[in-house]
Ligand binder design. Structure first.
Ligand SMILES: Cc1cc2nc3c(=O)[nH]c(=O)nc-3n(C[C@H](O)[C@H](O)[C@H](O)COP(=O)(O)O)c2cc1C
Length: 337
C-alpha cells in the first residue's frame, strides 16, 4: 500500500517546458504544502534518456509528482520503477494531452477511449512502484463525446480494475481533430458540474478539478464540491498567487514568504546551480521568475531585465538582485490581483 500522503488540496499542473525543476524550486519557496507536478515525460525518455535531464529534482521539492506519457504497460512499468528511485511521491499517467498519435499506439487524451488499456498501464506502474501513489489526469471526453456518462464510465472502469484512487480531471473535452494543444486549453467549454458529479457518485475517490481556475475565491468555491484544485497557467504567469495558499487552504499559520526573502533565495539557488557546472545557465532559471512581480509597480522592469539576452549573457545571478533593486525604486504597492 502506498504511504499516507499530504492531501492534494492544491496542486500546480504539469506543464511542458514550464514546470521544470527550476520552476518547482521557486514554487516550493512560495508554498510549503501545494503538490507540484513535473512536465510530462515520455516513458521512453525516462528509460533511455539522461536521468540528469529528465528525473533529477531538488531535495526541497516534495511533495512532487512526475507525470509520464505512454501507453505501453511494460514501458510505463520500467519508467515508474526508475522514477520511484528518484524520490517522487506520485507518478501520474497523462490521459489528457491532445497530441496526435505517436509511435506505438496512442497516448494522452486518446487513452480515454481505451479504459481497459489505461487500467493495464496503471496496474503495471503500481506493481513496479509499490511505494508511490499512481494517479491519472484526464479530460471529460474526447471529440464530440459531450455526455457525462463518458467520463463516468472511464473513472468507473479504472475504479473497479485498479488501485488508483486519485483522478485529476481537466473539466473540458479534448478535441483531437482540428485544434492545437493551446486551443484545446481554451475552446472546448468547461463543465465543472461533471467533475462535481463524479465526486458525488464516487465519494471514495479523491477527485481533483482543473481548468480555467485563476483566483483564491474560485478555488474556495470548488473545494466545497471536490477534494482538490489544480491550477496551471495562473501559477506560472502569477506565481505569487500561491503565497496565501498554505494559510488559506492548509491551515498553516506561519507568515507567508516576503518578496525580498524570495528574491534572495532565488539568487542563491541560481549561484548554486551555476556553480555545479552541469550546464545550467541563468536564463534557464530566470525565465520562470518573470511573473513574480505580477500586479506590482515595477513588474515591467523586472521582466525586461530578466529576459534581456545581453544582461543574461554573463550568467551572473547578481542580475536578479539588480532587477529587484529596480523594482524597489517603484512604489511596491501590490495592486489588486
Ligand atoms: C504550456 C503548457 C504545457 C502543458 N503541458 C502539459 C503536460 O505536460 N501534461 C498535462 O497533463 N497537461 C499539460 N498542460 C495542461 C495543464 O496541465 C492544465 O490541464 C491546463 O493548462 C488547464 O489548467 P489551467 O486552466 O489552470 O491552466 C499544459 C498546459 C500549458 C499551458
Amino acid at each position: 500500500m502506498p504511504p499516507a500522503l499530504p492531501p492534494r488540496r492544491l496542486s500546480v499542473a504539469p506543464m511542458l517546458d514550464w514546470t521544470d525543476r527550476h520552476y518547482r524550486h521557486m514554487a516550493r519557496q512560495i508554498t510549503r504544502h501545494t503538490w507540484l507536478y513535473t512536465e510530462m515525460i515520455n516513458a521512453g525518455a525516462v528509460i533511455y534518456g539522461d536521468p540528469a535531464r529528465f528525473l533529477h529534482k531538488n531535495e526541497c521539492e516534495n511533495p512532487v509528482a512526475l507525470q509520464l506519457g505512454g501507453s505501453d504497460p511494460a514501458a510505463l512499468a520500467q519508467a515508474a520503477a526508475k522514477t520511484a528511485a528518484f524520490g517522487y511521491d506520485e507518478i501520474n499517467l497523462n490521459c489528457g494531452c491532445p497530441s496526435p498519435r505517436v509511435q506505438k499506439g496512442a497516448f494522452g487524451a486518446c487513452l480515454m477511449n481505451e479504459a481497459g488499456l489505461v487500467a493495464d498501464c496503471l496496474n503495471a506502474m503500481q506493481d513496479a512502484a509499490p511505494d508511490c501513489a499512481v494517479t491519472v489526469k484526464h479530460r471529460i471526453g474526447v471529440d464530440r463525446q459531450t455526455d457525462y456518462q463518458t467520463v463516468a464510465d472511464f473513472v468507473g472502469t479504472l475504479r473497479s480494475k485498479t488501485a488508483c484512487t486519485t483522478f485529476i480531471v481537466h473539466a473540458r473535452n479534448a478535441w483531437l481533430d482540428g485544434l492545437s494543444p493551446k486551443e484545446n486549453r481554451e475552446v472546448p467549454p468547461l463543465k465543472y458540474d461533471y467533475v462535481y458529479r463524479l465526486k458525488r457518485e464516487f465519494p471514495d475517490l479523491e477527485i481533483i478539478i482543473n481548468g480555467g481556475i485563476t483566483t483564491n475565491s474560485e478555488i474556495a468555491a470548488h473545494l466545497q464540491y471536490v477534494d482538490g484544485v489544480m491550477v496551471g497557467r495562473e501559477c506560472y504567469h502569477n506565481p505569487m498567487i500561491m503565497r496565501d495558499w498554505d494559510r488559506l487552504f492548509y491551515g498553516d499559520t506561519r507568515a507567508p514568504i516576503e518578496l525580498d526573502v524570495l528574491v534572495d533565495r532565488l539568487k542563491h539557488y541560481a549561484e548554486t546551480q551555476i556553480a555545479a557546472g552541469n550546464g545550467t545557465i541563468l536564463r534557464h532559471m530566470a525565465r520562470h521568475y518573470l511573473g513574480l512581480m505580477h500586479g506590482l509597480n515595477g513588474a515591467r522592469v523586472w521582466r525586461r531585465m530578466l529576459s534581456d539576452a545581453a544582461l543574461l549573457k554573463p550568467n551572473n545571478p547578481e542580475l536578479i538582485a539588480a532587477a529587484w533593486a529596480e523594482v524597489q525604486k517603484h512604489a511596491h504597492t501590490r495592486q489588486a490581483v
